[in-house]
Design a binder for this molecule. Structure first.
Ligand SMILES: Nc1nc2c(ncn2[C@@H]2O[C@H](COP(=O)(O)OP(=O)(O)OP(=O)(O)O)[C@@H](O)[C@H]2O)c(=O)[nH]1
Ligand SMILES: [K+]
Ligand SMILES: [Mg+2]
Length: 369
């Protein structure tokens, strides 16, 4: 039996199984089986894998944002509006067939925006160009999930389910679970908070499903079996997501108002150019970029070309900023001098671990000279 059929079979069994205390362990084991099969499916070696022609776009700029959505929701129209790049838009589905990069220039930073083909249901199982689209989505710092405001809102859940199935976790933090496999010693399982959604039998069953018989597990929050599986699989991608409802020119004011109240959501009309500035502002805030201006002794700071740190490049520490200027600069460093919001006094001497804030100015003092 192929992987896809096995996935279908397990999903069917899960649907048949009533959810209660007695079936918790069984369901946990089925979830682990499902997660393992999906991992196999996404391995590059499995059939139909590989990056695929037209998707191998290099990283550019300070952050990478992917446009993900069902066909004809307006992804390409949005790319053309926000960047200088024209990506073909048309009334028929699957107008876009490859990854089309554009660049947003905003607040002195360069944000790479990637237009992608529309996703269809079953993308997680490799339908359409799902696999390639998902690979690009995983490589992004943020996903703009583009939705058609004129369509039924189940589109959002369906799309989320597709991304969930391939290990993309939207707007979530990694579970607070410590997990360490060992050579011997059996399973040591500990929970430091009361667990209302997971019992020790389920933990055992999930671990056995992965053939793990020796390990330490410490659960530090009220986790589920899915959380535990995410930690064992270890390859989950925690990506920020902003939901963009496009085509609000076709809705009533009441309908627009209702959509706009959802969390992490922006409503826009690409045709009418409505609210695109708000979209940029939300995108900017969510990316949490830290711009650092460098300054030489006795000179004004260079405000034209900031060093841009992202949460994905590690914390916005002085060390990370210096490494972005030059790999070798760290060994010559004596200390830094910083002006800005991150310091108590201006200026202030700082060490390499000091966390910089957006728009700080940094002067590097070297050991010799
Ligand atoms: N009414 C309305 N239509 C829009 C808006 N933005 C885009 N469209 C239309 O929606 C259709 C699809 O737009 P595209 O930009 O091609 O959508 P897409 O998501 O890139 O589509 P695929 O590449 O096929 O997945 C086109 O006919 C656009 O003119 C909008 O703000 N309002
Ligand atoms: K289209
Ligand atoms: Mg398109």
């Amino acid at each position: 039996m192929g992987i896809l059929e096995r996935i279908k079979e397990i999903e069917a069994e899960m649907a048949r199984t009533q959810k209660n205390k007695a079936t918790e362990g069984h369901l946990g084991r089925l979830k682990a089986q499902l997660a393992k099969l999906r991992s196999q499916l996404l391995e590059p070696s499995s059939k139909g894998g590989g990056k695929g022609e037209g998707f191998d776009v290099g990283r550019y700029g300070d952050a990478r944002v992917a446009l993900i959505g069902f066909p004809s929701v307006g992804k390409s129209t949005l790319l053309s509006r926000l960047t200088g790049t024209e990506s073909e838009a048309a009334a028929y589905e699957f107008t876009t067939l490859t990854c089309i990069p554009g660049v947003i220039y905003h607040n002195g930073a360069k944000i790479q925006l990637l237009d992608l083909p529309g996703i269809i249901e079953g993308a997680a199982e490799g339908r359409g160009r799902g696999r390639q689209v998902i690979a690009v989505g995983k490589s992004a710092d943020l996903v703009l999930m583009v939705l058609d405001a004129t369509k039924d809102d189940s589109q959002r859940q369906r799309l989320e389910a597709e991304l969930e199935a391939v290990g993309i976790r939207l707007n979530r933090r990694p579970p607070n679970i410590y997990f360490r496999p060992k050579k011997t010693g059996g399973i040591h399982f500990n929970a430091v908070v009361p667990l209302t959604r997971l019992d020790s039998k389920t933990v055992q069953l999930v671990l056995h499903e992965y053939k793990i018989f020796n390990c330490d597990v410490v659960i530090r929050e009220d986790s589920t079996a899915d959380d535990l599986i995410d930690v064992i699989e270890g390859n989950r991608k925690y990506v920020k997501c902003l939901y963009v409802y496009n085509k609000i020119d076709c809705l009533t004011l009441e309908q627009v108002d209702e959509l706009a109240r959802k969390p992490h959501t922006v409503v826009v009309s690409c045709h009418k150019n409505w609210n695109l500035d708000t979209l940029l502002e939300c995108l900017w805030n969510d990316l949490e970029l830290v711009r650092v201006y460098t300054k030489k002794r006795g000179q004004f700071p260079d405000f034209s070309e900031p060093i841009v740190l992202t949460p994905q490049r590690g914390d916005g520490t002085v060390e990370n900023a210096i490494k972005m200027i030059h790999r070798d600069l760290m060994k010559d460093l004596k200390y830094g001098i910083v002006w800005g919001r991150s310091t108590k006094h201006n200026p202030q001497r700082v060490g390499t671990g000091h966390k910089l804030d957006d728009e700080d100015v940094l002067q590097i003092v070297k050991k010799f000279g």
